[in-house]
Design a protein around this ligand. Sequence first.
Ligand SMILES: [Zn+2]
Ligand SMILES: [Zn+2]
Length: 433
Amino acid sequence: MRTLLTFLCLSSSFFVARATEPPALQALIAEDMPYLLEFYKDRHENPEISLMEKETAATLAAELRKIGFEVTEDFGGYGIVGILKNGPGPTILYRTDMDALPMYEKTGLPYKSKLTTQYNGQEVGTMHSCGHDMHMTSWLGAARAMVKMKDQWHGTLMLIGQPAEEIGKGARLMLQAGLYQKFGVPDYGMGMHCSPTIETGKVGFGKGYTMATTESVDILVKGVGAHGASPHMSIDPVVTASMMVMELQTIVSRNLKPTESAVITVGAIEGGIKHNIIPDHVTLKLTLRTFNEEVRQMVHRRIEEIAYGVAKASGVPDDLLPEITFPDEFTPANYNNEALVDIMTAAASQVIGKDNVVYAEPLMVGEDFSMYGQTAEKVPTVLYWLGTAPAERLASGNVPGLHSPYYFPAPETSIKTAVAVNTSVLLDLFTKK
Ligand SMILES: [Zn+2]
Ligand SMILES: [Zn+2]
């Protein structure tokens, strides 16, 4: 991701003055750093994959209870909800995700992952290669700071430990379990994600749509199998599927308005078993990324037209037309509430300086944090980027991305920055209403 060092120019002068000014907050965080660093390394060593976050959730729940939160566990999978009531005032939701990915870590760090798991019938490593361990640590750090500064704010802090972000299920699980009905509708919702390309010490914000709707689509291409030496006796699904792959490329290049964006990637083609057998089916596995609903509908329509059209042109009879499976559930695009971005960038600038608050352009990745702001209650939400890359890494040009077995955040500066920004934002939101 390219980042522009453009500060979203905002004044912080309209905020109610806070008792805790940045130096005091920084000192408080510095004091807590040894604890947080140890917590971070322990989380990094013990990653659990989606829907298996049992120990992780129990650890977070215990940490919150220790500092006075009322904690509900197993709320939507292994989801946890920690509530700290501190007098009358707004309710603010702050979410961390908890899950890791099924892959072997190759960072060589002294605190690298020591766990493996069963995944699709195989033993694989587990790794926090998306930085969710950093998210949990920053979240806990902010919780600890807010408890220590309890005399300086009023309201209800709602901390969520969300499972299964990597498979786009966790937010839905927690919302369907009745998050807002049981714990109240928050006035604001916030979350943070590690950025592998923003320098550690900085944070990145975008307004409006910042992340895409993501969908997985399967196309089952059917045909008639035959001996590889007798192609005239087949309706070859390998060739039909190949033509579809090429035609699908024209949706973005020819059907999409040039000022809009979308991605259609055929990530997998599965079919056949042997050189000399023409199979009777091939499966195409696609990922779709879009920002707005109109484009999403157009992409769906064109996928259907191309799949059926190419099949018919290949001589596929009506009873063997492709089967297209669109997902019933998908992760909607993340929308950052403009007014809340203004508040958050101002609060971030107060503690880390305005030069360290940068513009982050939209990305075609997906994040199910988006769902907390897209229920009927229309909670204003923001998901921002935490810079995690050391300057030397960025200068070297060798910058591993999220989900890379080589990715890891610079721990100390990233934790310090995140805790400072999150605490500052929370204090401002609590004193604003
Ligand atoms: Zn991820
Ligand atoms: Zn992630």
